[in-house]
Structures are given as structure tokens and as C-alpha cells.
Design a protein around this ligand. Structure first.
Ligand SMILES: [Zn+2]
Length: 265
């Protein structure tokens, strides 16, 4: 279905709502395919503010603060294709299997989400069909195209984490996240630790799992792609200077890794 037809038959997204999928550098030559599940904090107009004050909709519960600026700059530095999702994870979390409770959360950290209470199957299905599905279909199609063209492809799923969660401070500057990948994640972990000035989480602050993640298990592992997740602490990338520094650092490190894995690229 093309996007014009999709909008005509849409029951959730209206004429004033943007496409959920944001792409940058689709023709980029890098072996890295970048994704950002929690890039945006938009809410479809029909859902209002989900019953939350603006102060909550600016917090980490709504999106991955700072990651948009890092992801865009990193895509540019690496000449990599970035596929990102513009709607808030409070509408539907694009890094959760749609059947799990946290897909459309009733509670995030200590905040209840009134707009998600008592949701009908139809209402939940609309969010999936109009936001979650187009995003993941696009990633799927991009991977198909790359594999078809025999292009080296490594999936990097970009996230950021709150410095304090439920009252507990997190010491890490950055974490590598992985599950079954034995190639990229260990190289990235080693390279980040070799920087000398970073506290690097090894599957911290989160570990990847089939029940709590979607992008890495489905687009990375199930497709046989080398992959890693990256989590950057939000206070380090709250402003453009921080986003630029982290994008430059990650571009340098990832370029070196690509050179060892794919010397011809
Ligand atoms: Zn995230």
C-alpha cells in the first residue's frame, strides 16, 4: 500500500499527522544500517495528549532524549542509512513485541498513562497498523534490498537512557546491548573501553531479550545480521554540542570496526 492510499484508509493518523517513518541518507554507502525506535515524541492528533501534562511528555518516558541529534549526525558522518520512528513510545513502543503489555504502556516509571487505559483491541490495532508496522516494514525492506545487492550490512540500534531511574543513579556513559551477536557488540565494547575516559556498560543498563526488544531480535538476529544496540546516557547528549561529540566519537569507532570486519568497504 502506498503512503497516500494508506492515509486515505487511515483511522488514526490524520492529514495533520506526519509519517511515522523518518529516513536519512537512504543511499548511504556505509555497511551500518542505523535505526532509532524512540527517536520522536509526537502523538497523533486524535489521541490528544494521552491525558498527560507537557512536563511528562518531555521526559524520557516519552522518547529517547538526545538520540535524534546523535542519530542524524552519526548517519551523516558514516554515510549510513538511518531509519527512525517519530511517534512517542507512549503511543506504541516500537521496540516491544506488540503482544506484550509494555507495547502500549499503562505505566512508565512512576507515571500512569490515562490515554492508554481501557484500550480496545481495535484501538491498539490501529496504533500497530499505522505506526509500528510501517516502521518495521521499512526496515525489513531496506534489509531485503541490501542483502539482495550483497551489501555488507550491520544493524546498529540507537537508544538513550535516563541518568536516574526510579531514584537509582546509573554510572555508565554508554552501554553496548546484545543478545546472540558475538561479532559487533564485543568489538564495540572493547573499543569503547579503550577510549579510557568512559564507563561502559556491558549489556547495561539493559540487556536485549526476545520479550523486551523487537528491533534487534527481529531485524538483526532473525535475519542473521551482525548487530548491536547502543545506549547513551541522556545528560551527555542533551545539547547539540554533546550530540556532535558523541556522533563523532561513535563514527570514528564504528569506522575502525568496519575496517576490520569488511576491509574492502
Ligand atoms: Zn530507546
Amino acid at each position: 500500500m502506498d503512503s497516500e492510499l494508506a492515509r486515505e484508509t487511515s483511522l488514526l493518523l490524520g492529514v495533520n499527522d506526519v509519517d511515522p517513518v523518518l529516513e536519512q541518507n537512504a543511499e548511504g554507502r556505509s555497511p551500518f544500517l542505523l535505526t532509532s525506535d524512540h527517536y520522536g515524541r509526537r502523538i497523533p492528533q486524535a489521541l490528544g495528549d494521552l491525558g498527560l501534562p507537557e512536563s511528562e511528555l518531555l521526559r524520557h518516558i516519552a522518547w529517547d532524549i538526545g538520540i535524534a541529534g546523535v542519530a542524524e549526525r552519526l548517519a551523516k558522518h558514516l554515510d549510513a542509512h538511518l531509519i527512525a520512528q517519530r511517534y512517542s513510545r507512549l503511543v506504541i513502543d516500537c521496540n516491544r513485541p506488540p503482544h506484550v503489555a509494555s507495547s502500549i504502556p499503562l505505566l512508565s516509571e512512576a507515571t500512569t498513562i490515562p490515554g492508554n487505559e481501557g484500550l480496545s483491541r481495535e484501538a491498539a490495532g490501529m496504533r500497530r497498523r499505522e505506526i509500528f508496522d510501517p516502521y518495521h516494514r521499512r526496515i525489513d525492506a531496506a534489509i531485503d534490498q541490501r542483502l539482495c545487492g550483497k551489501r555488507p550490512t550491520m544493524l546498529v540500534s540507537l537508544h538513550s537512557f535516563t541518568p536516574v531511574y526510579a531514584g537509582v543513579a546509573r554510572p555508565w556513559h554508554i552501554g553496548t546491548l546484545y543478545h546472540r551477536d558475538k561479532t559487533l557488540a564485543p568489538l564495540l565494547l572493547r573499543a569503547l573501553r579503550a577510549e579510557g575516559d568512559l564507563v561502559v556498560g556491558d549489556n547495561e543498563p539493559y540487556a536485549v531479550g526476545d520479550g523486551t526488544d523487537y528491533t534487534i531480535p527481529v531485524h538483526g538476529e532473525a535475519r542473521g545480521l551482525v548487530n548491536t544496540g547502543i545506549e547513551i546516557r541522556q545528560d551527555l547528549i542533551a545539547d547539540e554540542a554533546g550530540q556532535q561529540q558523541w556522533a563523532e566519537r561513535l563514527a570514528r569507532i564504528l569506522t575502525a570496526i568496519a575496517g576490520t570486519l569488511h576491509p574492502a568497504v
